[in-house]
Structure formats: C-alpha cells, structure tokens
Design a protein around this ligand. Structure first.
Ligand code: E4P
Length: 276
C-alpha cells in the first residue's frame, strides 16, 4: 500500500518527505483553510496561495498531489478542474479532486454531475481523484467514469454509524472493522458495518470488475485503522501528519530502546565512535 499525507501544510509535507516513504499528498478545501488561517496568523498579511501550492508540488517530487474543486455543477467543476490542471500541471503531479455527487441535501437534480465531470476531465487526460465516497456503488461508477483514484472516507463512515446510533466518541477513537454490536444487532449503514468494511467492499468491487482505478483510503484517524485499510486491500492510504507519527510508536519499542542505551559498555561505545 502506498502512503500519502493528508495535509496542505508544506512543513508537514517536507518532514514526512524527509523520511523517504512519501508517495503523495491529498488536500481538500478544509485543509487549505486550516493552512491559510495559520499562515495568516503567523505573517499577518495576505497569502500567495498559488506559489504556496507550487512549493507543495515541488517538494512532492512528481508524486500525486490532489487539489479539490469547489464548484457544485458539471460546468463549474470541469472549468475549475481544467484551471487547476493548467496552473499546476507543469510539475507533472497534480490530480483534480471531484466529489462523487455535488448535491448538498437530498433533493437535487445534479447528482450525476460529479460522474459526468470525471468522465470529461478523464477524456482530457486530466487525472481525477474522486472524493466523498461512502458506498461501493459510488466508487464503482467513479471508476467506470475514469477516475484514477477513488477516495472512500474511512473515519467519517465510522462517525456516521456512531452518530446514527448515538454513540459517544472522540475523533481519533478506534472503531472495530468487524462492526459494533448494540442490542444484539450489528450497527450498519446500508450493509456497511465500518469504515474499513467500506474500504474492503470498494476494493473488491473494483478488482472484481477489473477496473484499473486505485482505492485511496481517506479519512484515516488512527494507526490501527491504517493497518486494517492495508489488510482490506486499499492501494493507498492518505494519513494526517500526527497519525503518520503515531505509526512509529509502541510502548515496548521505547522501553527496549531505554534498556539498550542503559546497557552500552565503554568498549562498545569506543568501537562505535571509531576508537579501539
Ligand atoms: C482526503 O482526501 C479527505 O478529504 C480527508 O482524508 C478527509 O479526512 P477527515 O474526515 O479526517 O476530515
């Protein structure tokens, strides 16, 4: 499985890129807002977002960087997608993020505009990451329309199941991939029992249909969910900075490290500093 960082913060991208394990970057309007707000707070002046994004593309060294449109109909999404591509494609790694269904609320006549926009941008050879996926059916249609990546939202699916059933939770809390039992019934969202189950079903439907689209597990909230996304067949996971840091932690690793350091004899220390 490839690992992307889910952030618009250049310093975070640079830090994880320095580990030599980074395969790409995903952003969304909320992550861009967080970064712009922070930059404004620090510098107290207007931000040149275009050159900031160009730096993100540069430090990502040819690895995919997803930038999202904000339009809510076919025309706007295609126009913005083309603009993002034109502005940033010289770096060779920009992917346009298109919501699978741009409707806000239930009643809407534009439900298929996301799929149509994916089809059109793909026809123009603009790579698309289809976002806000909460069903394998959405993933299937986006993949058929030509999306390079489909992004099911793991953590937000868990949130939805918990919210619908009035369970209390914190954002980074683990939710069991095999589902949660309440009053002897497994809680579910139209047959999906957890965020990881959503990843598994999206991966299966795409692989069985022999589509080339990669499943990008988004909205990853903790290290166990990251591991389970890999086991469920995700091709990519996009992970926030703090969660990537957590992937390295274990109590016994720290304890073992302390013991090894305590046990260094002078002879071994001298040897390792080039002495005799
Ligand atoms: C990235 O592509 C998604 O927009 C992001 O992973 C959503 O994460 P969140 O649910 O933690 O906001």
């Amino acid at each position: 499985m490839k690992i992307f960082i889910d952030t618009a913060n250049l310093e975070e991208i640079k830090e994880i890129a320095s580990y030599g394990v980074l395969d790409g970057v995903t952003t969304n309007p909320s992550l861009i807002k967080k970064t712009v707000d922070n930059l404004k707070k620090k510098s107290k002046k207007e931000i040149d977002l275009e050159s900031y994004i160009k730096q993100i593309l540069k430090v990502s060294k040819g690895k995919p960087v997803s930038l999202e449109v904000v339009g809510t109909d076919f025309k706007e999404m295609v126009k913005e997608g083309k603009l993002l591509y034109k502005k940033f494609h010289s770096a060779g790694n920009v992917y346009v993020k298109i919501p699978v269904n741009p409707c806000i609320g239930e009643k809407c006549s534009l439900a298929s505009d996301g799929i149509k926009a994916i089809k059109e941008l793909s026809r123009l050879k603009i790579p698309v990451n289809c976002t806000l996926i909460f069903t394998p059916e959405q993933a299937f249609l986006a993949a058929k329309a030509g999306a390079k990546f489909v992004s099911p939202f793991t953590g937000r699916e868990d949130d939805y199941i918990r919210e619908m059933n009035k369970l209390k939770f914190k954002k980074q809390d683990y939710f069991p991939q095999e589902g949660f039992r309440k009053n002897k019934k497994i809680l579910e969202d139209n047959g999906i029992i957890s965020g990881v189950d959503l990843i598994k079903k999206c991966s299966e439907i795409i692989k069985k249909s022999k589509l080339k689209t990669e499943v990008l597990a988004a909205s990853i909230r903790n290290s166990r969910q990251f591991r389970e996304a890999a086991e469920a067949g995700a091709d990519i996971a996009t992970v926030p900075f703090e969660v990537i840091k957590k992937l390295l932690e274990h109590h016994k690793t720290a304890e073992g490290m302390k013991k090894f350091i305590d046990d260094i004899v002078p002879e071994y220390a001298r040897l390792l500093t080039g002495g005799k």
